[in-house]
Design a protein around this ligand. Structure first.
Ligand SMILES: [Mg+2]
Length: 317
């Protein structure tokens, strides 16, 4: 008999998974891509259901998105409310890459908080709204729901190829507008400081949008805010899973790893290549975008103790 066999096991105890083998894990989720389809911009019902199951099992679920609070309320919270958020469950949403945040429960959304130090000047936002109306209305729309950053997004009537071609011209025009406001800006490899030599803003082009934002926002700031939202409600789990479709989403896992958490990152669009990281990077085989997100969440649900996750009463393990 092995000498390291556990001696305190009760042989007749029910074969319930121990808490040790099924620890609560934290989920920090980018939304566009892994949760919301980049094509329809909506969340599949199976993802809504699985997130509710995981939260009901005690997993902290935090969305960490460049999207506005309005998008999370309409595309994530309202479908969850329609299914039913269990009593005692709180979801958190860090929006605009850390610039705004709120929490929601079965009672709906709490107050949206804005870090005013990260918000762009209103006069600048007005100029970008005008720029879109005058030159780019056939390709994109101005996102009126943003409270801290300034964003434009591909119109559903434009093709992505058309949008991406116009986006480069739009982004150049934005740099000109920023010069007129003496706002220093960086876009990818290009730096355009203000008259003091400083760069306080960033233009971040994505495949369906351009965000104009403080250089201090990012998925790492979002991860930091996520912990401050979860910590008052529960002991922070040691283990976290971050999920995203962009290189910038790795900053969530980078932050948590640096803080000493056990983290793995799920990359749902690994075609860009998987960077070398000091933590595990997971993919869902050939699946991408929200199909990969759904597959990952389904695996999380399957890992729950049988009585928490299985709706048909069968043990998924
Ligand atoms: Mg994304």
């Amino acid at each position: 008999m092995p000498t390291d066999a556990p001696i305190d096991l009760l042989p007749d105890a029910p074969a319930l998974p121990s808490e040790e083998s099924h620890p609560v894990q934290g989920l920090l989720l980018d939304v566009d891509g892994p949760i919301a389809s980049p094509e329809t911009r909506t969340v599949p019902p199976g993802i809504i259901t699985d997130l509710l199951l995981l939260a009901a099992a005690g997993w902290p679920v935090v969305f960490n998105t460049g999207r506005s609070d309005h998008f999370i309320r309409t595309q994530v919270m309202e479908p969850m409310l329609a299914v039913g958020i269990p009593a005692g469950v709180t979801f958190h949403a860090v929006c605009e890459k850390g610039g705004t945040w709120f929490s929601f429960t079965a009672d709906g959304a709490g107050e949206v908080l804005v870090d005013e130090g990260l918000a762009l000047p209103t006069s600048f936002a007005d100029d970008i709204r005008d720029l879109v109306e005058e030159k780019y209305a056939h390709l994109m729309f101005f996102d009126e729901t943003k409270l801290a950053m300034v964003s434009v997004e591909q119109s559903l009537t434009a093709t992505n190829a058309e949008y991406l071609e116009g986006q480069a011209h739009f982004d150049d025009d934005v740099v000109d507008v920023m010069h007129s406001h003496d706002m220093g800006v960086t876009r990818l490899e290009r730096d355009e400081p203000d008259s003091s030599g400083d760069i306080a803003y960033r233009i971040d082009p994505t495949i369906i949008s351009t965000d104009i934002e403080s250089v201090r926002v990012g998925k790492d700031l979002g991860a930091e805010r996520a912990l401050t939202l979860v910590a008052p409600l529960m002991d922070l789990p040691r283990t976290w899973r971050t999920v995203g479709d962009s290189r910038t989403d790795y900053a969530m896992a980078d932050y948590l790893h640096d803080q000493g958490f056990d983290v793995a990152h799920v990359d749902v669009r690994p075609a860009d290549g998987i960077p070398d990281k000091p933590y595990e990077v997971l993919t869902e085989g050939p699946l991408i975008h929200e199909e990969a997100g759904a597959a990952f969440l389904a695996r999380c649900v399957a890992s729950l103790p049988w009585d928490a996750g299985a709706s048909d009463g069968a043990a998924p393990l």
